[in-house]
Design a protein. Structure first.
Length: 413
C-alpha cells in the first residue's frame, strides 16, 4: 500500500507553525509496512485542495489529510473531498450531540458554526475526537482509502493510534513491517564515515542504510522490510555489528538517543558528580544536562563566567593567564575546570572557553576556536577545536564536544 499525506492550512505555508503531523503519521505508517511517497502542504483554498487531491487519487492507495476540519469558513477539507468524490454531506446527530456535550462540559454555549463539523460525507466511517470537536472521517472509493484527521496534534495523534492504525492493519494484504534502527555518531564527519562503510552503502538492498549529517553529529538509519519485527531485527543486526567493528568508537547511541541523555545516564549510573564552568557557550551545556530527569543527583552547579572579571572573581583564574595567554587558551580552560571542581568538590569539572563569533576573531585565534577541559582526580585533559558555522552552531558544537569528552572518560570507568 502506497500512501501520501496532505497537510491543509495556510499557516503551514507561512511558517507560522511546525508541521509535525507528517512526521508522526509517517512513522506510524512505516511501522506497519505502508510506504509514504509524498508529503504535500496546501493552503486553505478550495481549488488548490481539489487539484492536489485529484493528483493524489491518481498515484496513491491511501491518502491522509490533516487540518481544515474546523468550524470556520476557511476550513474546506471535508467539503472539497466530498465534492471531488461526488458525495453528499449529511448531518450526523451523534456527532452533533458529542460536540454540544463538549461545549457543555466547558460551561460554554456551542457557536452556531460548529454545527458544520457534524456534516459527514455519505458512506463515511467517523472517528470520535476525544480532545476536540472535529471528528475524523474514513472514506473508501474503489481501492482507495481517504482519511481526514484534524490538524492539532493533540487531537490527531490519539485518533491515529487508537483507530486509524488498527483499521489499516486489518486491510493490509500482508503482514510486512518496516523497522528502522538509528545509530548516532559524534567526533566523526559524514564523509569520513561514508568512506568507512562505502561497500555497505553500495551493496544495500534490504536493509537500506542512509547517513544523515546533523549539527555537530552524524546519524545512520538502517531500515529493513520483513514479515515481522523479529525478522526485520535479524536483517538489521549483522549490519550494525559490521559498522560497530569499523567505527564503533564514534557510536554513542544505538537507539537514537540524544548525547545529553546518554551522558546524563552514564553520570547517574556511575555516580560521578559534575560541575561546569562555561564562557562562550553561555550555559548551553548546563541546559542540556539539566533536561535529564534525575540529573540533580550528580550535577552540582554550573557557572557562566562570561567576562574576564567573573573568571578572576568566581573561578580564581590567575591574572597572569589572562595577560599572557588570554581568555581563549588551553591554560584558561584548565584553570577554569580545575577550580570549579575544587570549589564544588565534585568528581568531574568541565570548562569551555572560546570565540563564538561572528566578531572577535584574529589570525592566531579565529572565530570557532574553542578549548574544552575535563578535570578529574587523575589530571586535566584539554582538547582544542576549530568549529565552523554561525554563533549558535558553534555554541551547540562546543557543548556536544564537551559531552563527548565526558562520555569518553566515563567509558573508562
Amino acid at each position: 500500500m502506497n500512501s501520501e499525506i496532505i497537510s491543509v492550512g495556510t499557516e503551514l505555508l507561512l511558517g507560522q507553525i511546525n508541521n509535525i503531523n507528517t512526521r508522526i503519521i509517517s512513522q506510524k505508517l512505516s511501522e506497519i509496512g505502508i510506504n509514504v511517497f509524498f508529503h504535500t502542504s496546501v493552503g486553505d483554498n478550495r481549488e488548490r485542495i481539489s487539484s492536489i487531491f485529484k493528483i493524489a487519487l491518481e498515484r496513491s492507495d491511501l491518502i491522509i489529510f490533516t487540518g481544515g476540519l474546523g468550524p470556520t469558513l476557511d476550513d474546506l477539507t471535508k467539503e472539497t473531498v466530498a465534492e471531488v468524490l461526488g458525495l453528499e454531506l449529511n448531518y450526523d446527530e451523534n456527532i452533533l450531540n458529542r460536540i454540544q456535550a463538549f461545549f457543555k462540559g466547558m460551561h460554554r454555549e456551542m457557536p452556531e458554526n460548529n454545527k458544520k463539523q457534524a456534516l459527514v460525507p455519505e458512506g463515511a466511517i467517523t472517528i470520535q475526537n476525544e480532545n476536540g470537536t472535529a471528528p475524523g472521517i474514513i472514506l473508501q472509493t474503489g481501492e482507495k482509502i481517504i482519511i481526514l484527521l484534524p490538524g492539532p496534534p493533540n487531537e490527531m495523534e490519539p485518533m491515529l493510534n487508537k483507530f486509524v492504525i488498527p483499521f489499516l492493519r486489518k486491510r493490509l494484504n500482508n503482514n510486512e513491517v518496516i523497522k528502522s534502527k538509528i545509530l548516532r555518531f559524534i567526533g566523526i564527519g559524514e564523509s569520513f564515515l561514508e568512506q568507512k562503510i562505502l561497500d555497505i552503502l553500495r551493496k544495500q538492498t534490504n536493509p537500506t542504510v542512509a547517513p544523515l549529517a546533523k549539527q555537530g553529529e552524524v546519524t545512520l538509519r538502517i531500515t529493513a522490510k520483513a514479515k515481522s519485527e523479529k525478522d526485520a531485527n535479524e536483517l538489521i543486526e549483522p549490519i550494525i555489528q559490521t559498522i560497530k567493528e569499523r567505527v564503533g568508537e564514534y557510536i554513542y547511541s544505538y537507539d537514537n538517543e540524544p548525547l545529553e541523555v546518554v551522558v546524563g545516564r552514564m553520570l547517574i549510573e556511575r555516580r560521578r558528580t559534575i560541575s561546569i564552568a562555561e564562557s562562550c557557550t553561555g550555559g548551553y551545556l548546563s541546559h542540556l544536562l539539566t533536561n535529564i530527569p534525575g540529573i540533580s543527583a550528580v550535577f552540582d552547579r554550573g557557572i557562566i563566567s562570561y567576562s574576564n572579571k567573573s573568571k578572576i572573581e568566581i573561578l580564581n583564574v590567575p591574572v597572569e593567564i589572562l595577560k599572557q595567554k588570554g581568555a581563549v587558551s588551553q591554560e584558561m580552560a584548565i584553570s577554569m575546570a580545575s577550580w570549579i571542581r575544587k570549589l564544588s568538590g565534585t568528581d568531574l569539572g568541565v570548562a569551555i572557553t572560546g570565540i563564538a563569533g561572528p566578531d572577535g576573531g584574529a589570525p592566531l585565534k579565529p572565530v570557532g576556536l574553542v578549548f574544552i577541559t575535563l578535570s578529574t582526580d587523575s589530571g586535566d585533559l584539554c582538547e582544542e577545536y576549530l568549529f565552523s558555522g554561525n554563533r549558535e552552531a558553534i555554541k551547540r558544537r562546543s557543548a556536544l564536544a564537551a559531552l563527548d569528552l565526558i562520555r569518553r572518560h566515563l567509558k573508562t570507568i
